[in-house]
Design a protein around this ligand. Structure first.
Ligand code: HEC
Ligand code: HEC
Length: 378
């Protein structure tokens, strides 16, 4: 009897000990570092744009940018290998999808228009309602959104870890044996920081002082755009001294997505910024979009409700849809003559810029794509 108790005790001690040891072991192996390894790449902005803001924990490197570019165009990130970031943000369509509202896996549709990724690197918040605070945070959204890529964090990690060529590329970029979701979003964000477009005809004229870069109509249109007594557009679509983002990075209600209920009271089809702040004044307010490359990204507004730039101008001429939260900078612009409206359109069309970097799908050929310039020191 005594012998059996002793053996049982010994076994118990062994089991508890082994359990504790295993548990400690798990605690002792922290997740791999997500800090990029290589030399920091210099991102040189084109004429008309400021320096690209970069978070301290994700300096761009040639390796993370190339990896992010590959991930961006790879449907591997969606649950059924059918949808990539480029499905909804396609380079041939100004990094949007040309549809009023986005279409994800199994043709499921959302309620919002896919905004362009061009120059998103400069936004201080991401999404129409600004609910993400960085490109890194934003990139995690669509992969896990049930109607976009419908995948999970673990699912994406498992699929990528099962691919030897991705394991190798992540090891080169982050020095880690195991791919984590944090590395995926960091690489994509670094690629997005190269999807910048400037040096448009407008930039070459306004900032580059080349009088021949644009027509006289564009020059007059710019005056309509920034004159508070004319278009008053620059009140929100800001133009700076040295550069122009054409957004104040703030949220305004311009009256899109307002319909009247059966009593004639305005009703919002999308609460917009309210969802983030829970402040009544933000109901129906959306982030001011940049107007760069705007001629390429129809249809317009958070719900894709306006088909052409002419429709947008007509919408503003009408003073937006009346509602209690309508921004005080929005007035009817019926005083704009037909010619002034045409000039304003010509100005908007002059904002189509060029990309300083290769941003299309990676070509698997012997000649490497033009990579951002390397600097020796971090
Ligand atoms: C099914 C279509 C779809 C897919 C796939 C998709 N997006 Fe989007 N994207 C959208 C829509 C729609 C929004 C706006 C959603 C909102 O505001 O609620 C958006 C917003 C964004 C924004 C914010 C831009 C801004 O101006 O605020 C960025 C950046 C972005 N997506 C990048 C990506 C990346 C990177 C991927 C791949 C990981 C991706 N998207 C996959 C449809 C898509
Ligand atoms: C009170 C601030 C404000 C003023 C003034 C303003 N806008 Fe906007 N603009 C916005 C906001 C906010 C949106 C996004 C609304 C939405 O998605 O529902 C927007 C959207 C747009 C869009 C569509 C962009 C896209 O990617 O879908 C265009 C084009 C535009 N504005 C041009 C103009 C022009 C031209 C004027 C002057 C006649 C002007 N805006 C005046 C805030 C403003």
């Amino acid at each position: 009897m005594r012998g059996r108790t002793f053996v049982a005790l010994l076994l118990l001690i062994l089991v508890v000990g082994a359990g504790y040891w295993l548990y400690r072991g798990r605690e002792a192996s922290p997740p791999p570092s997500t800090t990029p390894l290589g030399a920091r790449a210099t991102l040189t902005p084109p004429l008309g744009l400021p320096a690209v803001p970069v978070p301290p924990d994700n300096p761009p490197t040639a390796e993370t940018i190339a990896l992010g570019r590959r991930l961006y165009y790879d449907p591997i990130l969606s649950v059924d290998d059918s949808v990539s970031c480029a499905t909804c943000h396609h380079p041939g369509l100004g990094f949007t999808d040309g549809k009023p509202v986005a279409e994800g896996v199994q043709k499921k549709t959302g309620t919002r228009n896919a905004p362009t990724v061009i120059n998103a690197a400069y936004h201080t918040t991401q999404f129409h309602d600004g609910r993400a605070l960085s490109l890194e945070e934003q990139a995690g959204g669509p992969m896990q959104n049930p109607i976009e890529m419908a995948h999970t964090m673990q699912g994406v990690e498992e699929k990528l870890n099962a691919d030897p060529s991705y394991r190798e590329a992540f090891k080169k970029a982050f020095g880690a044996e195991r791919i984590t979701f944090g590395m995926v979003t960091k690489a994509i964000a670094s690629f997005e920081r190269t999807v910048i477009a400037g040096n448009s005809p407008f930039d070459r004229w306004h900032f580059g002082k080349d009088e021949k870069a644009v027509s006289e109509s564009v020059k007059r249109g710019f005056e309509v755009f920034r004159d508070p007594k004319k278009g008053n557009c620059a009140a929100c679509h800001s133009v700076g001294e040295q550069n122009a983002l054409f957004t104040d990075n703030k949220f305004h209600n311009v009256g899109v997505g307002v319909k009247l209920d059966k009593y004639g009271n305005p009703e919002f089809t999308d609460a917009g910024r309210f969802d983030v702040t829970k402040s009544e004044a933000d109901r129906g307010a959306f982030k001011t979009p940049s107007l760069r490359n705007i001629a390429q990204t129809a249809p317009y507004m958070h719900d894709g409700s306006l088909k052409t730039l002419k429709d947008v101008i007509d919408f503003y001429v009408g003073g937006g849809n009346s509602n209690p939260n309508l921004d005080k900078e929005i007035h009817t612009l019926v005083h704009l003559s037909g010619k002034e409206r045409e000039d304003l359109l010509a100005f908007l069309e002059s904002l189509t810029g060029e990309f300083p970097y290769e941003v299309g799908p990676p070509v698997r050929s012997a000649t490497p794509a033009k990579a951002p310039q390397q600097t020796a020191a971090r």
